[in-house]
Ligand binder design. Structure first.
Ligand code: GTP
Ligand code: MG
Length: 486
């Protein structure tokens, strides 16, 4: 009875154990799409991929098997040639595989033509495929089909792009966790519990006089409290998750000749930037990506900040300041063998409010800087002594950078979920807020209608997060980040 009342109240989410609802209306699903799925340039092989009902008929028209005319066996490679049907000329010697629906990436028929990896060959094969009636795929459209056909939910589709873009082991693990559906599973769990509670609450609203199972308020409060706490934990994992997924930008800043370029080189383990004893050596910004214990760090060596000697240096100093202002993090470098001077003091102004680590370099030389003074000026910031020349203190520096960005052990395990996507963080924040409101309402004895409203709003936020409640705008924003052919 409770369930019927709930249904009549038009809760937007579907019941059931999965978010992969069959009610998603397929858009352009009848069209067969095609694209080159491997990167441009020369390579061992290159793949032209098709998805849709025309995939097999098109393959039949273009492919000539080497041996016999045996029909395609699903999920098996076949060896032969692609023939231009107009001229009858062979285009390339290929391996072709047909994967029959539904056990495919998109849940539609898929054909992959594995050609030689030349740009012209692949273009030619794609052209033939398009001439036979396929349409050029848009960025991410294969994955979008996988989503629209209910094979994966939206968080999993987003994980595909994260997986492709992962730059370190940890970002790969976080994307993998999401692709395997761990995040969705947690959301399903919350959803199932909320739907159960909502059903009962709405039954009481609709049929207060009838014999309905009483609401166990104690249990409801406990559940809401636990879920609210859980959402808070996930949100607090976001900062770290984001750092691993997107990486950070980090500028090395300091006056001339302190050893900024030497530090860049020693961190990269290559002579990337020019190092000379002449102050003002670096003019332009030099950028490289470094992996610091799983965090992709976009490291920038900048021109030493001082009163510029010429217009080139002036431009260098302008760029340096710009990068410092834009960066997520700065490494402030001081020269331990010289006392602080007016140039240093000006830089301190420049980096006010920045997340930073202070480095005292040239620790192999006699110390002339007052460490006491530095500590007083930067009492809340970590200070690390290094010698970029002698490669000393570098591991210590890396550990300090890491722990300034990550405040606890970040491991993507089934027990420890990491939220790394801002869209998910916002949705989970919304869920948490609604549940906290519902809990407060219960404690204050507010009406059941109010509690039901908050729970329904939480369910909506969950539905939007996994893509069950869809907005074209959100979908476009997500899939346009993909490459064509994925
Ligand atoms: N003794 C000693 N010398 C160092 C150390 N690090 C750098 N140097 C020397 O200091 C000089 C300047 O080093 P750079 O790395 O070019 O300094 P920078 O901060 O990039 O200088 P600009 O590009 O001019 O701003 C060079 O002669 C380096 O060999 C160090 O740890 N100890
Ligand atoms: Mg330099």
């Amino acid at each position: 009875m409770g369930r019927a009342a709930w249904l009549s109240n038009g809760v937007k989410v579907n019941r059931g154990s999965s978010f992969n609802s069959s009610t998603r209306s397929p858009s352009n699903q009848e069209e067969t799409i095609a694209a080159i799925s491997t990167p441009f340039g020369e390579s061992g092989i290159g793949i032209v991929r098709m998805s849709g009902s025309l995939a097999q008929p098109i393959a039949n028209k273009l492919f000539k098997p080497k041996k016999d005319q045996s029909p395609f066996i699903s999920h098996h490679f076949h060896y032969g040639e692609i023939i231009d049907p107009q001229s009858g000329n062979p285009v390339d010697e290929v391996l072709i595989v047909l994967m029959k629906s539904p056990k495919t990436y998109t849940r539609e028929d898929i054909v992959e033509i594995h050609c030689h990896g030349g740009y012209f060959i692949l273009q030619k094969v794609l052209e033939l495929v398009l001439k036979q009636g396929a349409r050029m795929a848009q960025p991410g459209e294969f994955t979008k089909k996988a989503f629209l056909n209910g094979r994966i939910d939206l968080t999993q589709a987003e994980a595909v792009i994260d997986l492709i873009r992962a730059k370190t082991q940890t970002s790969l693990e976080i994307a993998g966790q999401q692709l395997r559906g761990w995040l969705s599973r947690e959301m399903i769990d919350i959803k199932t519990q909320l739907v159960g509670h909502l059903a009962l609450i709405e039954a009481h609203i609709d049929f207060p006089e009838e014999e309905i199972e009483p609401i166990a308020f104690g249990e409801l409060k406990r559940d809401l409290g636990r879920m609210t706490h859980q959402t808070e934990e996930w949100i607090s994992s976001y900062e770290e998750g984001r750092v691993f997924r997107e990486g950070i930008s980090c500028a090395i800043v300091g006056k001339t000749n302190v050893g900024k370029s030497s530090l860049l080189n020693v961190l990269l383990k290559e002579e990337r930037a020019i190092v000379t004893p002449i102050p003002g050596t670096t003019r332009d910004v030099i950028e490289e990506v470094l992996n610091i214990y799983g965090i992709p760090v976009r490291l920038m060596d900048t021109a030493g900040l001082r009163k510029p000697a010429d217009s080139i240096e002036q431009e260098g100093v302008r760029r340096a300041k710009e990068r410092v202002a834009d960066s997520d993090f700065v490494l402030l470098m001081l020269d331990g063998s010289r006392a602080l001077d007016v140039d240093d003091l000006e830089i301190f102004e420049e980096i006010k409010g920045k997340n930073r680590v202070v480095i005292v370099n040239k620790n192999d030389l006699p110390l002339r800087i007052s460490l006491e003074d530095v500590k007083n000026r930067f009492e809340n910031d970590p200070i690390v002594l290094i010698s970029a020349l002698k490669n000393e203190g570098i591991d210590d520096l890396k550990e300090t950078i890491y722990s300034s960005l990550v405040h606890r052990d970040v491991r993507a395990t089934p027990e420890h979920l990491i939220v790394s996507n801002i869209r998910h963080k916002i949705a989970i924040g919304q869920v948490g807020e609604n549940l906290a409101n519902a809990l407060k309402g219960l404690e204050e004895g507010t009406s059941l209608e109010f509690i039901a409203f908050e729970i329904r709003s939480a369910l909506d936020a969950l539905g939007e997060m996994v893509g069950e409640i869809r907005s074209e705008e959100v979908l476009n924003r997500i899939f346009e980040q993909f490459c064509i052919g994925k």
